[in-house]
Design a protein around this ligand. Structure first.
Ligand SMILES: Cc1cc2nc3c(=O)[nH]c(=O)nc-3n(C[C@H](O)[C@H](O)[C@H](O)COP(=O)(O)O)c2cc1C
Length: 169
C-alpha cells in the first residue's frame, strides 16, 4: 500500500528539480569576516513592507558569518559571468578566501559588492527563522544598483544544477 505522505515527497522533489529559478550570490560581513555563497532559496517575500527571504545552509561558511551579521548583500549575475556564480557555489570560505579571487568593492556598511554583478541590493536582517537544514533570513532591502546587464539573461538554476556544492546541504 502506498503511504500518501511518502508519495507526495518525490513529486515535490521532482517539481523543484524541474523549476528554473534565478540564482543569487549572497555576501555578508561581520566585523572583518567576509563570506558569500551561491543561493537558490531566495525570493521577494513582501511588497509593503519590502522584504526578501534568503535560505542559508547551516553547513555553509556564509551561515556562520551571517549569524553575527546585521546585513546581507544579494547579487544577480548575467550569464556571461556564470563562472563567478559557479565559483561561489563550489568553493567554501572554510578552505579559501573567495574575496581574494574575485573583484569586489565595499558597499553600504562595508558589505562586499561583486564588481561583475548585473544588479545587487543590500538589506538589514530583520528576522532569522529556523527552517530545517537552512536558516531563513528575512531582510529589509534599503539600497542597491542595477545595470543594463540586468536586462540580459541572468544565471539561473539550470546553469549551475550540475555543480558539486562547496558544502553538502
Ligand atoms: C544549484 C545550487 C543551489 C544552492 N543553493 C543554496 C542555497 O539556497 N542556500 C545555501 O546556503 N547554499 C546553497 N548552495 C550551496 C552553496 O552555494 C555552496 O555550498 C557554497 O560552496 C558554500 O560556500 P561557503 O561555505 O563559503 O558559504 C547551492 C549550491 C548549488 C550548486
Amino acid at each position: 500500500m502506498v503511504n500518501e505522505q511518502d508519495s507526495t515527497e518525490p513529486a515535490f522533489e521532482q517539481l523543484v528539480g524541474q523549476l528554473d529559478y534565478p540564482m543569487f550570490v549572497v555576501t555578508t560581513r561581520a566585523s572583518d569576516r567576509l563570506s558569500g555563497c551561491l543561493v537558490g532559496f531566495a525570493s521577494q517575500a513582501s511588497i509593503n513592507p519590502s522584504r526578501f527571504f534568503v535560505g542559508l545552509s547551516k553547513k555553509n561558511h556564509t551561515f556562520g558569518v551571517a549569524q553575527d551579521a546585521e546585513y546581507l548583500a544579494v547579487h544577480v549575475l548575467a550569464r556571461e559571468h556564470v563562472d563567478l556564480a559557479r565559483f561561489f557555489g563550489s568553493e567554501t570560505g572554510d578552505e579559501i578566501d573567495k574575496f581574494q579571487q574575485c573583484q569586489w568593492h565595499e558597499g553600504p556598511h562595508g558589505l562586499p559588492i561583486l564588481d561583475d554583478a548585473a544588479a545587487w541590493f543590500v538589506g538589514r536582517i530583520v528576522r532569522r527563522i529556523d527552517a530545517g537544514d537552512h536558516l531563513g533570513v528575512l531582510m529589509e532591502p534599503f539600497d542597491g544598483a542595477t545595470t543594463p546587464a540586468a536586462a540580459e539573461e541572468l544565471v539561473s538554476f539550470s546553469d549551475v544544477k550540475d555543480l558539486e556544492p562547496g558544502h553538502d546541504a
